[in-house]
Every structure is written in C-alpha cells, then in structure tokens.
Design a binder for this molecule. Structure first.
Ligand SMILES: [Zn+2]
Length: 103
C-alpha cells in the first residue's frame, strides 16, 4: 500500500474492485448482473464516457439506445469514478545517528 499514486485514481471498493457510477441516479457501486451499459467496444478501448445503468429502472430512464443520457450526464458519472491521488508520505525509516544530531 506504499505505492505512490500519480494522477487520478479509479475508485475501488474495499475489496479492490472497480466502482462504476450510474449516469441516471449517480449510484457508485460494484458491477453486477443488475448493471448494463450502452456503447461500443471502441468506447471501452478509448475510455470515453459512456452510459452505465445500475438497474433496469435506470436503464429504462435512459431511454432506448440511451438517448436520454446527455454528454454532461455521462461525463459527470465518469468523473465520479475517479478520485485525486492520496497525498504521498515518505515511508517510515528506522532512526539512525543523524536523527540524534538534531535533537
Ligand atoms: Zn441508477
């Protein structure tokens, strides 16, 4: 866990699974059978913002071919899946003779 984080990080669950954000209700959760998405494999490869739905209800709210989902909604959901890196702290090191010199 002492790896330095550089740049934005994907949000993950306690068990390190990726969290996904529903573009309709904003729920942030692990992917399961209730989730669906709309887009192409190219969207995945490009990591572009594409609609994700946490439930059948949200999918229905998104409309056919997700036509109710605006670019802004997709972007907002994608942004919610990322967080700023943890501030980096120097790893604890054993005390040595230099420490004594400053006390
Ligand atoms: Zn939802």
């Amino acid at each position: 866990m002492s790896e330095r984080e550089i740049g934005k990080q994907r949000r993950r669950s306690q068990s390190k699974q990726l969290l996904h954000c529903c573009c309709i209700c904003g729920k942030l959760d692990m992917w399961d059978d209730n989730w669906s998405w709309f887009g192409s494999v190219k969207d995945l490869d490009d990591e572009s913002a594409f609609p994700k739905f946490c439930s059948a209800g949200c999918k229905a709210a998104g409309g056919e071919d997700a036509y109710n989902v605006t670019k802004g909604m997709k972007q907002k959901a994608k942004d919610a899946e990322w967080r700023d890196p943890e501030p980096y702290r120097e790893p604890e090191r054993p005390r040595n003779y230099n420490d004594a010199a400053y006390e």
